[in-house]
Structures are given as structure tokens and as C-alpha cells.
Design a protein around this ligand. Structure first.
Ligand code: SF4
Ligand code: SF4
Length: 644
């Protein structure tokens, strides 16, 4: 084992390599930049590293690889997480297969940022675990723990060093690296496609996981409780290091005074180090609060630990006074320092103890903890019962599965891709819009869906895990302009092989047909110059761009096969207007004399206009939009009408 002097960011990188990270993405930003650069420099050869075009793309590429089981790391600074917050919030629900650690470096001061925002808030907002290292040495070890927790709970986790941890240096003993598995295997499952019903279930699961993680983190060795007395100091991150040094200085000072006065130099206090501010290690925190009169919280940026302790004091009726940022006992902005910690601690430890009788002992607290948990369970059960009782008797509602409209051109596009890829290993990443419904049977052509614009970047992550698979990314025209373009730039710049399918139906269909830059209209009613999607793609360096009508099945299949054979980024733009803004085509009908009853039109297309009557297919004239797709699918020429 080698001992080396490393900067905190280098230590994080080396810790991730040791933990077997396989994909590292990020966007540069002080104080995080050197993490990814170190991985690139020390790459044993099997780690894929990229600077992505922004933090959102970085997070999505890593998520795609983590879906396929690889250990992935994303790096950014705190304001970068604002850019990546859309995939972050959805990924918290979707989860991961391989361990995924999102390193977000906070910048107290700020030294080189617009804001002093605190990533620990993002952790509780997204309901994700967060790790807060207090030194480069701890960061080196802790990043491995972060990967392990991520895999155990199948969730991305946040890792939040601050500037002095990132840029401080320490002598670190490097342990042998685990062999990184750079070959992933994406297993198709509906759980990768976010949908309102799935989100509701996932939300419940995440809430149910919180107390489990709270208990788990109470035993996590980096959450430390030491000492005894009636006063307690709670701290975390780099402030823990400042606190330890400040206390040491204080002890030495008292020692000198007491050597003169011949008194004891002991200082009685409890020290609580919080390395996982979310979910908060409640049991350990209660152990800390037990028997205390007063607590001083020393932390940087926002009063996160302070608020958690105040909350627990309220919940458990603990007569403990909590001092910190909220009470004006520590600075509300800027970096901490040993001097700031020393002043605050000196003042705090000098204060007389008060109200001894009001203190509760630990056994009482534990009993209360159980009592509150039991009550919460009872309330949840009662709520459930109440819901059941107050529900008036209702007739069962007819099942109305979400489905693409009859005549929707997206059906034809998905069908063409499915046909073109038959027998080939392919994954289909979708996006947000009507076309997410392409995941339903019988098409089953959306394997992943995370958030706006993520289909293109998730496909890139999947490609890194399984390069021999053809990775498709479907995106609508409006979503392309929303957040898709950056993903295309990322794919071209980072030399990824993906097939981009743009489903251009000339409108923002799902939300009610609003105009977008490709429609040539504005909300002021003006006719604006259309922004051409092929011209944008060409300017971005997409190698092959084909535009075709998805309702011409033969042509559409050929276009897909050509595009799938291209290395790099190729694109097929399926252009046909949404049925809500297009004139209906001629009615199609089934000739019962020719219909063999093979059901192919029903089983393969799922058009709601085609129904089954006794032993033949039938087209509902009230629903048929005359798209002509079914006539191209029927091998018995049983469906009549004019092709579009
Ligand atoms: S033509 Fe066929 S596929 Fe198209 S809307 Fe009518 S029934 Fe459905
Ligand atoms: S595909 Fe043609 S033959 Fe088969 S059920 Fe449909 S209409 Fe009848």
C-alpha cells in the first residue's frame, strides 16, 4: 500500500477508483473540478470519463450506465445541481441498479460562486441520502461507503464535500482498487419509465425507507458520539475538524491556566459528529440529546443540523436549548474557521448549566421514540381505515388504459422502429410527451423515461455500459427545443453511437397544442421564422439526418435500418402532424370476406379504432382517422381505404 499526499478532490477520485467506479461524468466548477480530472489522469484504463455539456447531461449519462448496473460518479459544484435538479428529482423515484454517487461540492464563503446554497437541502428535498466528509482522509474512505449504500438501497446518493475538504491536502494510504466492471447489462423493466401511478408508489416507498435509513445511519461509524456532560456540541463536515482543533486549543489553554491555579483542566461536553445529515441519524441524535441542557451547533452554510435537533427536541418534548445560526450564536453566512469555532465554543462552555431537573434520561427518550413511532403507525393505519370508511359506494369505473390516439403518427414511428430492429439487440429510451405512451402494449417501445430531454442522454449512458446494443433515443419536437439540443451536442462531442428519432408532429401536443420554435408561430399571434430541426442537427454535427413520413411504413423501416448502421450520432426525423391539427384521412374498413382473423392489426398496432367482432377485425368509423397504417400491416389486403 502506498502513502501519498493528496488534495481532497484527488482523494475523492482515488476513493472512487478504489471502489470500482466505471463511468465518471461531470461539468467543471470550483471547488469540484479536480475530481474528474484526477480520475482521467489515474484511469487504470477501464473507466469511461467525460466532461458533459452541462450537469443535467452528466447526471443523465451516469444514470443510464447505473441502470445497466455500473458504478457511476457525477461531479459538479453546488450551483450545477440547480441545472441537474430535474433529473435528480425524478431519479430519486426511479432509482438505480449500480451504485451512483453524485458529488456536489459546496462553496461556503462563497469563494468562487454566485450563491452560498447548501446541498444538504437538496438531499432532503429529493429525499436522498447525503454524505458529508470532514477531511480528505475521510472523503477517501467515505466515497466507498456511499457506493455501498447506493447499491444496497438502489438509490443515487449525494456526496457533499465543501471547499476546504476539496482543496485541503492530507497524507493518505491508498488501498488496492477493486476491479471496475465496465460491462453492464440493462434489464428491461417497466420500473425505468416514470409514470404518475409509478411515482405515487415510489413516493410511498421512499417515505417508508426514511426511518430505515435513519436507523442504519445511527450505526454508521462516521456518525460519532463521544463525551459526557450537560452540554453538547453538534457539528459536521469540515466544521467537525475546526471544532476538534478549537477544543484542543481550549483544553491546552485551560491546562496552562489550571497549572497555575492547580485546578482540573477537564472540560465536560458531548460531541456529536453528523456525517449523514439526511436522513438524520435520529437514534444517535436522541442519545446525544439525552441528559443535555444545551447544545451548540457548528456547521457551515445553512442551519441544517440545528433545525433537525430543534425538531427532535420539539417532537420528544426535550427541554434542551439549541444554539447556532438561528439563535445568532454562530455566523449565518461565510466560511467557518478554527477561530470562529473556538470563540463560539469558549462562550458556550462558559455558560452556567440550568434547570437540571428538566433533563430526561436516555431510557425515557428511547421509550418515547418507540411510542412516537407506534403512534405514527397507528395514525397511518387509522388514516387508511378512515379513507376506507368515508369512501361512498361507487360503481366500478371502466378501465381506460392510457393509449396513443387512433391515427397518431407516433404509433407508426414506433412500429417502424420495432420492425426495423426485429431480432437485434436494441434499447429504446423515451422522453416526456404523448409518445411516452409508446411504452404500452403492444408497442412496448419505451424502455426508459426520466425527465424532459433525458432520453438522449440516458441512451448515451446505456451505450457506455453496452456498446454492442443499438441505443435509440425518442424525443418530440417541442421537447427537442426544450432540453434535447444539449443532449445531442453531448452525444456528438463525446463520440457516442446513438440513433436519434425525432417525433415531429408540429406542435406541443400533450399540453394542448402550444406553439414552439419549430411551428413558426408565437403566442403574440405573429408568424415567426421556423427553426428547422434538420438544420439544427446538421449544425450540431449529426452525421446522418433523414426526414421521412412515418405513415409510409416501407420507407420508414428503411430509414431506421440505414440510421442504425451508422457509427456516431444519426437521426431520423419522423414528420407528420398530430391528428388534432391535421385533416382526417379517408375512412378505412375491414372487408370481412378477406379478413382471416389473424389479429395482427390488433396485436401489433394497438390502434383503439380497431376492435374484434366475433371472429373478424372491425374498424370503428367514429374513431378511425384514416392514417392507413393498418392497411400496410394486414397481409391479407383485408383493410380498404386510400393510403395517406
Ligand atoms: S387507418 Fe387503421 S390504424 Fe389508422 S386510425 Fe384508422 S383504424 Fe387506426
Ligand atoms: S390483420 Fe387483416 S386479416 Fe388480420 S385480423 Fe386484421 S384485418 Fe383481419
Amino acid at each position: 500500500m502506498e502513502q501519498v499526499l493528496l488534495m481532497g478532490n484527488e482523494a475523492i477520485a482515488m476513493g472512487a477508483i478504489r471502489a470500482g467506479v466505471a463511468v465518471v461524468t461531470g461539468y467543471p466548477g470550483t471547488p469540484s473540478t479536480e475530481i474528474l480530472e484526477t480520475v482521467a489522469r489515474k484511469n487504470p484504463g477501464n473507466i469511461y470519463v467525460e466532461w458533459s455539456v452541462n450537469e443535467k447531461s452528466a447526471l443523465e449519462v451516469a444514470a443510464g450506465a447505473a441502470y445497466a448496473g455500473l458504478r457511476t460518479m457525477v461531479t459538479m459544484k453546488q450551483v450545477g445541481l440547480n441545472v441537474a435538479s430535474d433529473p435528480l428529482m425524478s431519479l430519486a423515484y426511479i432509482g438505480v441498479e449500480g451504485g451512483m454517487v453524485i458529488v456536489v461540492a459546496d462553496d461556503p464563503g462563497p469563494i468562487s460562486s454566485q450563491t452560498e446554497q447548501d446541498t444538504r437541502h437538496f438531499a432532503s428535498f429529493a429525499k436522498l441520502p447525503v454524505f458529508d466528509p470532514s477531511s480528505p482522509e475521510e472523503a477517501y474512505q467515505m466515497i466507498g461507503d456511499a457506493f455501498a449504500y447506493s447499491e444496497e438501497y438502489k438509490t443515487p446518493v449525494l456526496f457533499r464535500p465543501t471547499t476546504r475538504v476539496c482543496h485541503g491536502s492530507a497524507s493518505i494510504v491508498l488501498e488496492p482498487a477493486q476491479a471496475a466492471s465496465s460491462a453492464g447489462a440493462f434489464v428491461k423493466n417497466p420500473k425505468w419509465t416514470i409514470f404518475p401511478r409509478l411515482s405515487y408508489e415510489k413516493h410511498l416507498q421512499i417515505e417508508a425507507r426514511r426511518p430505515i435509513l435513519e436507523a442504519d445511519f445511527s450505526s454508521y461509524p462516521c456518525n460519532i458520539l463521544t463525551g459526557s456532560g450537560k452540554k453538547g456540541i453538534a457539528t459536521g463536515g469540515i466544521s467537525y475538524a475546526y471544532t476538534c482543533e478549537a477544543i484542543q486549543a481550549l483544553k491546552e489553554c485551560r491546562q496552562r491556566e489550571n497549572d497555575v491555579q492547580k485546578n482540573s483542566s477537564d472540560i465536560d461536553y458531548k460531541l456529536f459528529k453528523v456525517s449523514t445529515p439526511h436522513p438524520f441519524p435520529v437514534r444517535l441524535a436522541l442519545e446525544f440529546l439525552s441528559g443535555l441542557d444545551e447544545v451548540l451547533v457548528i456547521e457551515e452554510l445553512d442551519p441544517v443540523i440545528e433545525k433537525e435537533l430543534i425538531f427532535l427536541c420539539g417532537q420528544y418534548h426535550l427541554p434542551v436549548k439549541v444554539f447556532g445560526k438561528l439563535s445568532g450564536h454562530t455566523p449565518q453566512a461565510g466560511e467557518n474557521s478554527i477561530e470562529i469555532a473556538r470563540k463560539a465554543i469558549t462562550k458556550f462552555l462558559k455558560k452556567p448549566n440550568q434547570d437540571e431537573d428538566c433533563r430526561l434520561n436516555l431510557s425515557t427518550l428511547n421509550a418515547k421514540h418507540e411510542d412516537i413511532n407506534n403512534k405514527e403507525e397507528c395514525i397511518a393505519e387509522e388514516d387508511q381505515q378512515t379513507v376506507e370508511v368515508i369512501q361512498p359506494e361507487q360503481p366500478a369505473l371502466p378501465v381506460r388504459p392510457s393509449v396513443l390516439c387512433a391515427g397518431c403518427p407516433h404509433r407508426a414511428s414506433f412500429y417502424a422502429v420495432k420492425k426495423a430492429m426485429k431480432g437485434k439487440k436494441a434499447v429504446f429510451s423515451g422522453d416526456i410527451g404523448c409518445y411516452t405512451l409508446g411504452n404500452a402494449s403492444p408497442l412496448e417501445m419505451v424502455d426508459t423515461c426520466l425527465c424532459m430531454g433525458a432520453g438522449i442522454t440516458i441512451a448515451q449512458g446505456l451505450h457506455r455500459a453496452e456498446p454492442d446494443t443499438v441505443n435509440f433515443a425518442f424525443i418530440g419536437d417541442s421537447t427537442f427545443f426544450h432540453t434535447g439540443i444539449a443532449g445531442v451536442i453531448n452525444a456528438v462531442y463525446n463520440e457516442t453511437d446513438i440513433v436519434l428519432i425525432i417525433l415531429d408532429n408540429s406542435t406541443t401536443a400533450m399540453t394542448g397544442h402550444q406553439p414552439h420554435p419549430g411551428t413558426g408561430k408565437t403566442m403574440m399571434g405573429n408568424i415567426a421564422e421556423k427553426i428547422s430541426i434538420p438544420a439544427v442537427l446538421q449544425a450540431l454535427g449529426v452525421k446522418q439526418i433523414t426526414t421521412c413520413n412515418p405513415l409510409n411504413l416501407k420507407q420508414a423501416v428503411a430509414a431506421i435500418q440505414d440510421a442504425a448502421a451508422v457509427r456516431g450520432v444519426s437521426a431520423v426525423i419522423f414528420e407528420y402532424p398530430c391528428i388534432a391539427i391535421a385533416k382526417p384521412g379517408p375512412q378505412f374498413t375491414v372487408d370481412p370476406g378477406k379478413c382471416s382473423g389473424c389479429k395482427r392489426c390488433i396485436k401489433e398496432l394497438g390502434c383503439p379504432a380497431i376492435t374484434w367482432k366475433v371472429d373478424k377485425a372491425e374498424i370503428d368509423s367514429a374513431l378511425c382517422y384514416g392514417c392507413s397504417l393498418c392497411t400496410q400491416v394486414c397481409s391479407f389486403a383485408a383493410i380498404g381505404g386510400e393510403p395517406v
